[in-house]
Design a protein around this ligand. Structure first.
Ligand code: KG4
Ligand code: ZN
Length: 376
């Protein structure tokens, strides 16, 4: 059976994996850079690129050793060639080119988003095309009809922030550190999602696009108002009918005060409401699909998973979400995307000339979205 070596370096995880065509992940290693980026509250591209350059070669060697394999046992090398932080992508792609040349193996240039999009098929052999995919990560927030290998119809994208970015910014506002998504989810479990009234941007609009910048600003306002007990937190901040007409008593604690956990829970609920409304709309806009699928780092969020599972059931569709380790950036998904392309002999034959791409939309024909700061 064929084996592909997958390499991922597009953001802040340096990763390598060996994936066999029967969907067995023979070995995989991930070196996270959380410690390097934590002091800055986000990924610093230059630091990321250096860390990838230092770690990738030994990581690949260790992954091969874990599986008791050598480069000669591998049938192809697949590396993320974009989109992502260009320095990191170049490190991974150049390393893959060197290995492919030295080992005389085909090189498969993989779109990182295709890695996420196909990761549920690595985890679940019964998942067939076409499926509706909600792709939610730190850099991307899209609804895609996955019609086949390399055939993607983008139904929606974000007009400003990605969902993972909104989680990370909320974490920053609440002083939870980086990466923020898991920390916000943990804190939200202790909070009351009805305590802080937050907006649901674009809810109910015809096209299923996303917007999270306004939600983030409202979280910031809620946090600022929380620090001034006795002041009226304003119409956006507190959703408590019983308290809304009470005069604020300066300096005195009011029983409509809310904790950081309440902010986290209210934020997560607002985000979930947006995700469900937008995905419902996309299900109406898509053709017949076999399943509702979620992928990308935010797919690790249990509340979002549970909401989507219910939505899928309402539409009589199976819900497919990869295991947590396949949701956040990893090389197994890159290896698997490479494997799907190797099995179909559907990859750029001259990939040694392939230049790393900071942007690489899955659906190049998708119409641009009106709004500021459009992301691919
Ligand atoms: O796919 P990924 O590892 O990297 C990108 O390609 O962006 O996604 C990382 C993003 C981060 O924004 C992180 O905060 C978010 O996924 N994330 C979560 C959770 N785990 C990771 N967001 C919400 N809840 C989580 N449990
Ligand atoms: Zn990713």
């Amino acid at each position: 059976m064929r084996v592909v070596l997958g390499i991922e370096s597009s953001c802040d995880e340096t990763a390598a994996a060996l994936v066999r065509e029967d969907r067995t992940v023979l070995a995989q290693r991930i070196a996270s850079q959380d410690e390097e980026h934590r002091p800055y509250g986000g990924v610093v591209p230059e630091i990321a690129a250096r860390a990838h350059a230092e770690r990738l070669a030994p990581l690949i060697a260790a992954t091969l050793a874990d599986a008791g394999m050598e480069l000669s046992d591998v049938d192809a090398v697949a590396a993320t060639a974009g989109p992502g932080l260009i320095g990191g992508v170049m490190v991974g792609l150049v390393s893959a080119k060197a290995l492919a040349m030295a080992g005389e193996k085909p090189l498969i240039a993989v779109n990182h988003l295709e890695g996420h999009a196909l990761s549920p098929r690595l985890a679940d052999a019964s998942l067939n095309y076409p499926y509706l995919l909600l792709l939610v990560s730190g850099g991307h927030c899209q609804l895609l009809e996955v019609q086949g290998l390399g055939q993607y119809r983008r139904l929606a994208t974000t007009i400003d922030d990605a969902l993972g970015e909104a989680f990370d910014k909320t974490a920053k506002i609440l002083g939870l550190g980086y990466p923020g998504g898991p920390a916000v989810e943990r804190l939200a479990r202790e909070g009351d999602a009805k305590k802080v009234r937050l907006p649901r941007p674009l809810l109910g609009t015809q096209e299923p696009h996303f917007s999270f910048a306004g939600l983030k600003s409202a979280v910031l306002r809620a946090k600022e108002n929380q620090c001034r007990p006795g002041l009226d937190p304003g119409p956006l901040a507190v959703d408590s009918e019983a308290n809304s007409n009470r005069p604020a008593v300066p300096g005195q604690a009011r029983d409509d005060e809310y904790s950081d956990a309440d902010i986290a829970a209210s934020f997560q609920q607002a985000a979930l409401d947006c995700v469900l409304d937008r995905t419902r709309r996309a299900l109406e806009a898509a053709g017949d699909v076999t399943a509702l699928v979620v992928a990308g780092g935010v797919a690790a969020n249990q509340a979002i998973r549970a909401g989507l599972e219910k939505l899928a059931a309402e539409h009589g569709l199976p819900f497919v979400a990869p295991p947590l380790a396949l949701c956040t950036d990893n090389a197994a998904m890159i290896g698997w995307a490479g494997m799907e392309r190797l099995m179909r002999q559907d990859f750029t034959p001259d990939a040694l000339d392939f230049a790393a791409r900071p942007r690489w939309p899955l659906d190049p024909d998708a119409a641009p979205v009106r709004g500021a700061g459009v992301k691919a």
